[in-house]
Write a protein that binds this ligand. Structure first.
Ligand code: NCD
Ligand code: ZN
Length: 338
């Protein structure tokens, strides 16, 4: 048996409409806080869009989960509008996507260095900046994008905005682990699938479209570095699932979209990982404390018991309308709430 605080997921995609209702329910079961990403088909770039989305989410939320909203920061955002939203506490963090980096990023930012007035605004108002950390440039290798982002964009950002609180999202490389460790005011989220998979399990034998995501899964050496960072309990690293639902007919398709839906079994997978690595003592740090510390959030420290069910039959697909969602799972054993 393991006893932990109810976990937090500091990076999740709820989507919209009926799908949101379904996905939010699964989040309610598992998490005390979630940080919700703004990359809707029409991204959340202003107060009007955010207010509608907030009402829809909050009306469908079971109140035990605290929802933290993000705004989609791009060159079309208005500082006055942002100021109004900050005064009304409508969003918690700003998310920046480089142009064409990932799903729904066609309104993303082409040149981060032209965004200084927004970074100053965030810094002055103590709003965290969450980054999709990939440098996107024609013909650059997808495996190099994260490293190049550190060199071209992130180094510039931390040098010029020393008071800005930054979260480097879903890191996949040793380079990012080292960068985050050696700079102030920056922490990183790590996903379940980047901890548990590598290029061999992704495409070394058969290609597994269900774990195709951005940033793309890296080699075993990078994976080891992520594992060390997460399992060590280092306060700069915490859980953000990047659970990103796409319907099966969009994943198993001529053009497979990027994103892994992991919410259903993510807590179980993380528990099994820490348990089998003999690091259960650091579970609360990775799943709750480190993220809350980074974001200055209070958390519920009621303990919840989970027990281990051996050789559990996992549900690979969850029916949704005429299609299904593909549930990511890695292990044979399942940790269920008592
Ligand atoms: C995410 C999605 O589908 O919204 N996809 C992904 O591959 N991770 C977007 C993102 O976080 O990059
Ligand atoms: Zn994401």
């Amino acid at each position: 048996m393991l006893k932990i605080f109810k976990p937090c997921d500091f990076h999740v995609h709820l989507r919209e409409g009926q799908l949101l209702k379904y996905v939010l329910k699964e989040n309610n079961k598992n998490f005390q806080k979630i940080l919700v990403m703004p990359n809707l088909i029409k991204p959340i770039t202003n107060k009007n869009i955010l207010s509608k989305y907030r009402s829809f989410v909050l009306n469908n939320n079971n109140n035990n989960t605290e929802i933290l909203f993000t705004i989609y920061l791009n060159q079309d955002c208005s500082i006055i509008d942002l100021k109004n939203m900050v005064n009304e506490k409508l969003f918690f963090a700003a998310k920046l996507y480089p142009l064409h980096a990932t799903t729904n990023s066609s309104s993303g930012v082409k040149d981060i260095k032209k965004m200084s007035k927004y970074f100053e605004f965030l810094e002055n108002n103590k709003i965290p900046l969450c980054l999709h950390g990939e440098h996107i440039h024609e013909n650059d290798d997808p495996y190099e994008r994260e490293k190049r982002f550190l060199d071209f964009e992130l180094s510039w950002l931390v040098k010029n905005f020393k008071g800005l609180k930054i979260t480097l999202e879903h890191i996949t490389t040793k380079d990012s682990v080292d960068f985050v460790k050696s700079h102030k005011n920056i922490a990183a989220t790590i996903t379940t699938h980047h901890l548990l998979e590598n290029t061999n399990t992704f495409l070394g034998n058969f290609l597994r479209p269900e774990i195709f995501c951005k940033p793309v899964i890296k080699s075993v050496n990078h994976q080891k570095s992520l594992l060390n960072a997460a399992l060590s309990g280092n306060s700069k690293f915490f859980f953000g699932s990047d659970s990103a639902p796409h319907l099966k007919n969009r994943k198993f398709n001529e053009f497979c979209c990027a994103g892994v839906y992991s919410t259903k079994y993510s807590v179980s997978n993380i528990l099994e990982l820490f348990y089998t690595s003999k690091k259960s003592n650091n579970l609360n740090k990775f799943l709750t404390i480190n993220g809350c510390k980074h974001y200055n959030l209070k958390f519920d420290n009621t303990l919840i018991s989970y027990s281990r069910k051996k050789d559990f039959t996992f549900k690979k697909y969850s029916k949704f309308k005429n299609d299904s969602l593909i549930n990511y799972n890695h292990f044979k054993n399942y940790w269920s709430k008592n």
